[in-house]
Design a binder for this molecule. Structure first.
Ligand code: SAJ
Length: 495
């Protein structure tokens, strides 16, 4: 049994905590993998090609199991079903299995609404039994969470629990290809899963071949969904690697490339997100430096963006979601395991993690200057989701922002058109914007379309003090000014 589905409850962590992480950085695992499949020794590959490889190699549509029907797993399962495969979707969460069986979308991703196959659809099976799914499938894709704990340390319990459930179900001698899609640091897939093969008496290459193909789809961005992103495949067995390329080419219209070892593919994915976190950290730091120099960061970024190789990012109240603020900690741990400090990656994380508190302090200062009684500040957060056009509160910067303000004695309200839950305790949640009144300052936290196109005159008429803080540099400040709002913004000098 292993977790999945929208709310990512920590189901197994307490049970499967790793005694020590020694095996995570001995590198032995990768060597063991190579030996197991005799890669480079052309005499053995075909011998290993049992049922699923033969069918994959010969073009029959392999039966695909997807373990974890959350933001990544469900669209992946639907994608392979649409591509003509027999698909088994597995999840531990009873609510998720029930809703998906009813043809409903259990995730907060509106892009999936109406896409879940109806009950009774051919080639579509939904179960809470990994055992059942593994019996019926050739390829098993694992899309479980790789979060961090309160100590900011990687939590690999879901990867371990999913592997355990899958390998326990593999019939000996009937080969299964098992692919991890979750983001980890280099070496994790082999280090966590290979010992489990030993535990279940399975032989790598004969009973199971493990591989890695990181998910890359961008939530809330229909142009980069699971069927329209390039993919990379890592596998110690090039034959299996190429067969997986064929498989994923059925899923996506974009390039699918075999990149060699699992570790190369693991590293590629985690650095994609590390790079984004770093780039965002730079503009967030500039959003603190430049206003102190009397310059608006957005004016500067627009000017710099006239240069062909300047990569533009947007400063904001913080970096949220289950990827960008999480994955760098995987790289930081991976680097620590091999004794190399990740100073730049750590520094960028610290900058982005500090943004909610920076905004809380700025807002308090603005309210004080506006003469709002310090013991009676009322602030409305517009948007709570971690980014626009998704209903997903995971790691949202709204939470530390709200908590910092409440610690300062501020009354905090919030409204998010995509969310009816997931708000911090103590926050007054408004189901409609019309319902929000008597506030002194509104902070734009998430640039949902519904926020940007709000009825600003009506909201203004309900405000006690007409102050606005654009925490995403997405508002038409000139128009709001004309309407009578006093507009401030992150990275903009206060005049
Ligand atoms: N953000 C900024 N400034 C920016 C861009 C983003 O503050 O200029 C903030 C967003 O508001 C949000 C957070 O960063 O709070 C992350 O949003 P995002 O859109 O950058 O990324 P995710 O987490 O939705 O998806 C990322 C993507 N990774 C990259 O673009 C490298 C996606 O392609 C991955 O598939 C996904 O992580 C994942 O699953 O790893």
């Amino acid at each position: 049994m292993f977790p999945g589905g929208a709310n990512h409850r920590r189901v197994h962590a307490d049970v499967v905590q790793f005694p020590n992480r020694a095996h995570l950085h001995d590198g032995g695992s990768a060597r063991r993998l190579i030996n197991a499949v005799g890669v480079g020794n052309s005499s053995t590959p075909f011998i290993n090609l049992s049922g699923s490889h033969r069918s994959m190699a010969l073009g029959a549509a392999p039966k695909v199991a997807v373990v974890g029907l959350g933001y990544v797993g469900l669209p992946t399962a639907i994608g392979f079903h649409d591509a003509g495969h027999d698909v088994w979707g597995v999840d531990v969460a009873a609510r998720t299995v029930r809703l998906v069986r009813e043809g409903k979308n259990p995730t907060g991703d509106p892009d999936l609404d109406g896409l879940v196959p109806a009950p009774g659809t051919a080639r579509w099976h939904v179960t809470d039994s990994t055992h059942e799914a593994v019996q019926h499938c050739d390829v098993v894709l694992v899309t479980v969470p790789t979060p961090i704990g309160r100590d900011l340390e990687p939590d690999l319990s879901y990867v371990e629990a999913a592997g355990r459930a899958v390998f326990a179900a593999v019939p000996k001698g009937q080969h299964r290809t098992v692919v991890l899609e979750s983001t980890v640091y280099p070496g994790v897939t082999a280090a966590v899963w290979l010992p489990l093969l030993d535990e279940f008496g399975l032989e790598h290459g004969r009973d199971v071949t493990i591989a890695y193909c990181p998910e890359r789809f961008n939530p809330g961005d229909a142009a980069h969904g699971v069927r329209s992103v390039a993919r990379v495949i890592g596998c110690a067995d090039p034959e299996v690697g190429e067969a997986l390329v064929d498989l994923y080419r059925r899923l996506t219209t974009e390039e699918v490339r075999y990149v060699g070892s699992i570790e190369v593919a693991e590293a590629a994915k985690v650095i994609e997100n590390v790079q984004r976190d770093l780039n965002i950290a730079l503009v967030n730091e500039l959003a603190r430096i430049l206003p102190a120099m009397g310059v608006d960061v957005e004016d500067v970024l627009s000017a710099a963006a006239t240069k062909w190789n300047f990569h533009r990012y947007t400063p904001g109240v913080g970096v949220g979601g289950h990827c960008i603020p999480v994955d760098p900690y995987y790289m930081i741990e991976g680097a620590a395991n091999v004794g190399v400090p990740a100073n730049l990656i750590s520094a960028a994380r610290a900058v982005n993690r500090s943004m909610p508190m920076h905004v809380a302090n700025e807002v308090r200062g603005l309210l004080y200057k506006a003469g709002v009684p310090a013991d009676d500040n009322r602030v409305l957060l517009m948007g709570w989701s971690y980014k626009a056009e998704v209903g997903d509160p995971r790691e949202t910067p709204a939470e530390p922002l709200a908590e910092a303000l409440m610690d300062m004695g501020v009354h905090v309200g919030a409204w998010d058109p995509y969310l009816d839950g997931g708000f911090s305790e103590g926050v007054q949640v408004h189901s409609t914007l019309e319902d929000a009144s008597g506030y002194d300052l509104v902070i734009l936290v998430t640039a949902h379309k519904a926020c940007l196109e709000a009825d600003w005159l009506s909201l203004l008429s309900n405000m006690r003090t007409p102050m606005m803080y654009d925490g995403r540099r997405a508002l038409d400040t000139a128009r709001l000014d004309d309407l009578g709002w006093k507009v401030f913004a992150i990275g903009k000098p206060v005049v």
